[in-house]
Design a protein around this ligand. Structure first.
Ligand code: ADP
Ligand code: ZN
Length: 214
């Protein structure tokens, strides 16, 4: 399937994406992960993005479109993809539409994860991330077996730079100003599916019936 995951930071886009990729071999493409990897590796791209990300602001549309144009052409995208954290602005959504037309591809759905603000803030402040593989933990609900060490890869589990109270509140503001308008955009395109508080299995069920896939 070819799906866009929409929703504020902490809505569970990454978690849902994992369930969906297991279903049909679609790849999860997270622009946040791509950028964090670049920052950690100290590449040119990483240097350009680092300060902006730390503040919780968006990197430029041009930078993101450059990344995505290259990424969507890779072979593993043929089985389908889940776009996690992209598009983030109306301009990115318009560019994506043109890019997909050029590639002769069509999106199946834009899935909106609708979730209350209080839940999000609680989740983000307790969230921890593996700095090596990106696995997500939570100090309350899902701590790593050994404190600070990733169960999956043995990397360091840390609090993200942009998960301070200040950066979180900025990210939520950026989301409502710049990204929330995409809900209307995709409704107009006839692609929107909105869900509230559903887990991965429930969402998979909904998608199967909506997209008539088995
Ligand atoms: P979140 O957990 O807030 O959804 P992500 O991991 O998707 O965060 O992204 C982290 C940061 O990377 C964002 O705050 C932003 O600085 C940058 N970023 C990721 N995707 C995009 C995008 N599509 N457009 C602009 N900036 C992006
Ligand atoms: Zn790890």
């Amino acid at each position: 399937m070819k799906i866009i995951l929409l929703g504020p930071p902490g809505a569970g886009k990454g978690t849902i994406a994992k369930v969906l990729t297991q279903f049909d071999g679609s790849v999860q493409i997270s622009t946040g992960d791509i950028l964090r990897t670049a920052v950690a590796a100290g590449t040119e791209l990483g240097k350009q993005a680092e300060a902006t990300m730390k503040a919780g602001d968006l990197v430029t549309d041009d930078l993101i479109m450059g990344i995505m144009e290259e990424r969507l052409k890779q072979d593993d995208c043929k089985a389908g993809y889940l776009l996690d954290g992209f598009p983030r602005t109306i301009s990115q959504a318009q560019s994506l539409k043109l890019l997909l037309e050029k590639m002769g591809e069509k999106l199946d759905c834009a899935l909106e994860l609708d979730i209350a603000r209080e839940i999000i803030i609680d989740r983000l402040t307790t969230r921890r991330t593996c700095s090596q593989c990106g696995e997500i933990y939570n100090v309350k609900f899902k701590p790593p077996k050994v404190e600070g060490i990733c169960d999956v890869c043995g990397g360091n589990v840390v609090q993200r730079d942009d998960e301070t109270a200040e950066a979180i509140s900025n990210r939520l503001q950026v989301y409502s100003d710049q990204t929330a308008p995409l809900v209307d955009f995709y409704r107009d395109e006839g692609l929107l599916l909105s869900v509230q508080n559903s887990d991965g299995e429930e969402i998979l069920g909904l998608l199967k019936s909506k997209l008539a896939i088995g």
